[in-house]
Design a protein around this ligand. Structure first.
Ligand SMILES: [Zn+2]
Length: 423
């Protein structure tokens, strides 16, 4: 009898376990369920139920906190940004982007840049990084020369969460139950039109239809979509190995990847090493996929989009988020800056007003020198003995040096100095 009861208990337990795991397991096996995309159980997830609780950036926002943060920035900086509603998800959650452009009277051409994160709902590091990036750019405008320069010269759209149903799969108040797919169990990064002809397995999902409409109504020149599960910069194409079909801009991509990785490694040398020691790869050399967004953007929109895999763990413990921001922050900002180089074809175009090298031309010169950007600090020219010979107001872009004797001079503005030769 005892044995029978024990058997019954064991059987019920087994049934329960099977039943539970059947609910938790993916409904069908996908060909792209890759070994390195292993699920790592998050250690500690803290949620912020108010905007105030996001102050230290060591929590994930609940869905409502996320919406409140976006609304608060739009209210606080009405002349600097507005919220774009890209669309709504299967379950009716909002897909939003913060569109940053200062109100101006001029009609200067400003290239558009786009960041979009977390189309895989459980890859939430980028979600928080993008929120923090929005906050940093908006609060830094007018104070930080690099951010100010970027905002003045570009139009920057940041979509922190492109698959809200996946991220809040466990409910609006937690990301603990986040999963990769949308609410229809479709992988959104296998559901875009494919330049090389293959049709997605699933009907186009509303999240992607909305995204396609959004990018079609803009003219994004450079963009990135952010993921987790690895730390590697992944440039096009995804649909081919580079030996079969190298991307025509391969050299540019490699340069951009190197700059991103080098910068992040100056803050933490241990990251971006889990897949390739270089930290970057052509997508198809890592593994070939079809119907991904990166190739769609490159091919159909002539937009240089790459895939940034930014954290080995898809869902970091909340207290790890500040550390990731620390080593990614500058790379993420500098990647926006790549748009200036790409759009102008001039590497010196990235130079904001101060604190970084600016260039002067022509050099040597006999009469005038021009600065590629107007410095936001006063300019002083010193002779070879360190004596100040000319002082100019900030904003000056053309300097008449005809009255100076021939020789070598040092031009200084803020922390930047450059040598000028008067002939
Ligand atoms: Zn992903």
């Amino acid at each position: 009898m005892k044995r029978l009861i024990l058997c019954l208990i064991l059987f019920s337990l087994q049934f329960l376990t099977l039943h539970l795991s059947a609910q938790e397991e993916p409904l069908k096996v996908r060909p792209d369920a890759l070994p390195w995309e292993k699920e790592i159980t998050p250690k500690a997830i803290s949620m912020a139920t108010s905007v105030e609780q996001m102050a230290n950036w060591d929590r994930y926002p609940t869905y409502n906190t996320y919406l409140s943060m976006m609304e608060q920035w739009a209210t606080e900086f009405p002349n600097l940004c507005h919220i774009d509603t890209i669309g709504t998800s299967v379950q009716g959650r909002l897909i939003l982007s913060m569109y940053i452009e200062p109100e101006t009277d001029d009609d200067l051409y400003r290239p558009e840049f786009f960041y979009s994160s977390t189309m895989h709902g459980d890859e939430v590091t980028g979600f928080v990084m993008m929120l923090r990036l929005i906050d940093t750019l908006l609060h830094g405008y007018g104070f930080n020369p690099q951010y100010t320069n970027l905002i003045n010269r570009l139009r920057i759209s940041i979509n922190p969460l492109s698959n809200p149903d996946g991220t809040y799969h466990g409910g609006n108040n937690t990301v603990s139950g986040a999963w990769r797919y949308n609410a229809n169990y479709v992988d959104l990064n296998r559901n875009y039109p494919d330049p090389f002809g293959s049709t997605p397995d699933d009907d186009q999902q509303v999240e992607n239809t909305a995204m396609i409409n959004y990018v079609s109504n803009h003219n994004f020149r450079v963009s990135a979509n952010l993921h987790g599960g690895a730390e590697v910069m992944n440039y096009p194409w995804d649909s081919y190995r580079s030996s079969q079909n190298p991307h025509p801009d391969r050299d540019w991509w490699i340069e951009v990847c190197k700059r991103f990785i080098d910068t992040s490694r100056t803050y933490s040398n241990s990251h971006f090493r889990d897949t390739y020691n270089s930290g970057y790869t052509a997508g198809g050399d890592w593994y070939v996929i079809s119907n991904g967004r990166q190739d769609y953007m490159n091919y159909y929109h002539n937009c240089r989009e790459m895939t940034m895999e930014i954290s080995s763990n898809k869902t970091l413990s909340s207290n790890q988020l500040p550390e990731y921001w620390r080593f990614l922050q500058h790379s993420l900002v500098n990647y926006i800056e790549e748009t200036l180089i790409f759009a102008s074809g001039d590497p010196s175009a990235i130079n904001p007003a101060t604190e970084r090298e600016f260039s002067v031309y022509p050099n040597p010169t006999s009469d005038r020198i021009f600065l590629n950007v107007p410095p936001s600090n006063d300019i002083t020219i010193y002779d070879i003995h360190g004596k100040s010979v000319l002082h100019l107001q900030k904003g000056t872009q053309c300097i008449d040096i005809r009255q100076l004797p021939k020789g070598i001079y040092i031009l200084k503005s803020g922390d930047t100095t450059t040598k000028v030769v008067k002939q």
